[in-house]
Design a protein around this ligand. Structure first.
Ligand SMILES: Nc1ncnc2c1ncn2[C@@H]1O[C@H](COP(=O)(O)OP(=O)(O)O)[C@@H](O)[C@H]1O
Ligand SMILES: O=C(O)C1=C[C@@H](OP(=O)(O)O)[C@@H](O)[C@H](O)C1
Ligand SMILES: [Mg+2]
Length: 169
């Protein structure tokens, strides 16, 4: 039973869909940001970025990814940047089935402004250039995200997704 990795931009719905998919398949669910926070003794993602910098965060992020045991019936919601650093996307592809949740920057912006989630150091809701930032990151990161085994639109229902992936698991 391959682990399933959800990749994509922040706010694309990895954590939300990941939990639903895990329930549907009777898999366990993990969120790599939560694993990082636990490893760092409960510090927030913002605190890690501010105190130790992004490079340190990316080290821990990659370390955490490598602690995920292959074949353990897990749905893994990754952090938005994870596939784009170190050799993470290669490791994800080697050890699991990967799904890119493809959501356009305009829709990501809409979700970010609608929902009050402030633990995203790279995407500030008060920033007037947030849309530009999302567009730039989306363009830069697509190279990595599109290496996923499957690409789906963000609003895909869990029943439909389960049907699409059952033959790969
Ligand atoms: N398919 C969807 N349609 C509309 N809103 C969504 C959808 N999926 C997630 N959201 C909302 O967008 C926000 C970010 O979702 P989340 O699952 O945390 O994204 P990610 O883990 O990719 O950053 C949440 O507030 C969630 O309720
Ligand atoms: O896009 C990024 O580089 C990041 C996305 C976040 O995860 P989500 O995609 O779950 O928001 C989190 O890992 C960190 O703030 C960095
Ligand atoms: Mg998340």
């Amino acid at each position: 039973m391959k682990n399933i990795f959800l990749v994509g931009m922040p706010s694309s719905g990895k954590s939300t869909l990941g939990k639903r998919l895990a329930r549907h398949l009777a898999y366990r669910f993990v969120d790599t940001d939560k694993l990082i926070i636990r490893k760092e003794g409960g510090r927030s993602i913002n605190d890690i970025f501010q105190t130790d910098g992004e490079a340190y965060f990316r080290e821990v992020e990659s370390w955490v990814l490598h602690t995920i045991k292959p074949g353990s019936r897990l749905v893994v919601a990754t952090g938005g940047g994870m596939p784009c650093f170190h050799n993470n996307m290669a490791y994800i592809k080697e050890t699991g089935f990967s799904i890119f949740l493809d959501v356009a920057p305009e829709q990501l912006l809409d979700r970010m402004l609608r929902h009050n989630l402030d633990d995203r150091p790279l995407f500030n809701r008060q920033d007037p250039t947030l849309l530009e930032n999302l567009r730039q990151k989306y363009t830069d990161r697509r190279f990595f995200y599109t290496q996923a085994d499957l690409i789906i639109p963000g609003e895909t229902a869990v029943e439909e997704l389960s049907k699409q992936i059952e033959m790969y698991l």
